[in-house]
Design a binder for this molecule. Structure first.
Ligand code: HEM
Length: 385
């Protein structure tokens, strides 16, 4: 991964809007980016009518006064992102401290707006994604349900950020550590059609690292002659579970897996896909004195029970999540193979052949069940006293 600049600029406002639960303040880019906005706002239609490629050719390779220009480099091999997309994408990503690929931060955290001013008491009804992809209502449900899980975690994150003594924080957490496992299950089921998720939405989240469909990554023309490999968007890039895991000192076991394939290695890599303030927050919790050690040495039964409740809440969330993955990937794959997995009307046609090479893979490219089941069995990080 390239070194990242944290250079302040207009991008800083965008970064600020990525902090947990703040409303994205800007939903339109400034005038020089008019053509980009126009294309971004009609992606589903452009993809369905196969006009996206020709529209993208019209994007100028230089955006006046905003982004620099790199010299054209020839491309020797691999799948190529043309220079007029690759260079600005690279530069904006550098300024945001994010990798140049659609990440959880882009797709979910910064991609929502209120339909009407007001609170989020009827959240799904009053919310919309800013930028959509093919997938119709299922795509909308997928983004917004994921966002609502982030929202449900806010009280817990606030406890983590509070300056209260460790004991008080442990006691406060079980009340707000549920992470909405039940609603996650119910809402995904109600709003996201598995066939649409499997054959349409997932393609946009498949990335070009550990993806057999793009084994050599992607050449970002004008940025690097060598192909670059980045994982696709996944809620594994959300700071929420990482923060709770670090707080509770949870490590994910890796039976029969080489170290580089262990869940902990994958999850650590996903931190590179978080906005820098989120990553810093998780690392700060990681560096803090061990809460578990504090609880154990307190000899306080109620405190131990509260701590264990937090661990159970995470396990429950992950158990529900596995049920979702079974439905949206395993069962959907079987149906697609049997020819019974046609997306419902209104979802738009699949933009290409469903990625059969990705069947056993997660959105971020992991071998899903081995990975997800191992994260159900928490082990503890080694503690030095
Ligand atoms: C249709 C819905 C969903 C599907 C099919 C799905 C699928 C997956 C898959 C396959 C993985 C493995 C890692 C990867 O390859 O990216 C994963 C990881 C993960 N997902 Fe989801 N997911 C869904 C919804 C959600 C939601 C709404 C959340 C909550 C914000 C969530 C949170 C996570 C987390 C935290 C991980 C990392 C593994 C862990 O910490 O246990 N997922 N998901």
């Amino acid at each position: 991964m390239q070194p990242r600049s944290t250079e302040p600029c207009g991008a800083q406002r965008l970064t600020a809007s990525l902090s947990p639960l703040s409303t994205p303040t800007e939903t339109e880019l400034p005038a020089p980016y008019g053509l980009w906005m126009e294309i971004a706002s009609s992606l589903p239609q452009l993809i369905a009518s196969r006009q996206l490629r020709s529209r993208l050719h019209q994007v100028p390779s230089r955006i006046p006064g905003v982004l620099g220009q790199k010299s054209m480099e020839s491309c020797k091999h691999g799948k190529v992102l043309p220079r007029n997309l690759a260079v600005p994408f690279w530069e904006v990503s550098q300024r945001l401290g994010l990798p140049p690929i659609l990440s959880h931060a882009d797709f979910v955290l910064a991609n929502w707006k209120r339909k009407t001013p007001g609170d989020l008491s009827g959240p799904r009804q009053n919310l919309d994604p800013i930028i959509s992809l093919p997938g119709g209502e299922s795509l909308r449900g997928f983004i917004l349900v994921t966002l609502l899980v982030e929202k449900a975690a806010v009280p817990g994150i606030k406890v983590l950020r509070s300056r209260k003594p460790a004991g008080a924080r442990v006691r406060a957490l079980p009340r707000c550590c549920h992470l909405s496992a039940q609603p996650l299950h119910r809402e995904q089921t109600d709003y996201v059609d598995p066939a649409v998720f499997y054959s349409v939405i997932r393609i946009f989240l498949s990335g070009w690292r550990d993806n057999p469909a793009m084994p050599h990554g992607l050449v970002y023309q004008g940025v690097s002659e060598e192909p670059l490999a980045y994982s696709g968007g996944s809620a594994a890039q959300s700071s929420v579970l990482h923060a709770f895991d670090e707080l509770l000192g949870i490590r994910h076991s890796a039976e029969n897996l080489p170290a580089d394939k262990a869940p902990s290695a994958f999850l650590h890599r996903m931190r590179d896909y978080m906005p820098p303030p989120h990553r810093a927050f998780v690392e700060e919790i990681q560096r803090a004195p061990s809460l578990r050690q504090h609880v154990l040495s307190s000899g306080n039964g109620k405190l131990c029970a509260a701590f264990n409740q937090c661990v159970s809440a995470l396990t429950d969330f992950r158990t529900h999540h596995i049920a979702i993955v079974t439905k949206y990937i395993t069962t959907a794959a079987a149906k697609a193979k049997a020819g019974r997995g046609e997306p419902a009307d209104g979802a738009g046609p699949p933009p290409g052949k469903p990625p059969s090479l990705l069947e056993a893979k997660g959105t971020g490219g992991s071998h899903i069940f081995r990975f997800l089941k191992s994260s159900l069995k928490p082990s503890w990080k080694e503690e030095s006293g």
